[in-house]
Design a protein around this ligand. Structure first.
Ligand code: ZN
Length: 97
């Protein structure tokens, strides 16, 4: 079955990377403190849920396309803080629209 690539360059921040790839938000607590970390985690999980509902499945991309420093906003949570961006892709679901 052909995979429908919705977005072949979905660049996300390190916070989103941890949650998308490892389902692990413990790094947020570490960098932000428990309360702010939990709020940030909710924000990211909400963003992920919307993307998966409206666009498709977020999949790990090409590690070679990792960017060490970018001022582009994170494609997932939208954070504008410049920093590393990790390459992911979005694969379309096969359901009819
Ligand atoms: Zn992000």
């Amino acid at each position: 079955m052909p995979v429908n690539m919705v977005d072949d360059e979905f660049m996300v921040c390190t916070d989103c990377l941890m949650i998308i790839a490892n389902d692990d938000a413990s790094g947020l607590d570490y960098s932000l403190g428990e309360e702010e970390g939990a709020a940030r985690e909710q924000e990211i999980r909400k963003a992920i849920a919307v993307i998966q509902r409206e666009e498709g499945q977020i999949a790990v991309g090409d590690g070679d396309r990792y960017v060490e420093f970018s001022s582009r906003p994170c494609a997932c949570c939208g954070i504008r803080l410049a920093g590393p961006r990790h390459h992911f892709v979005i694969l379309g679901s096969d359901r009819e629209r």
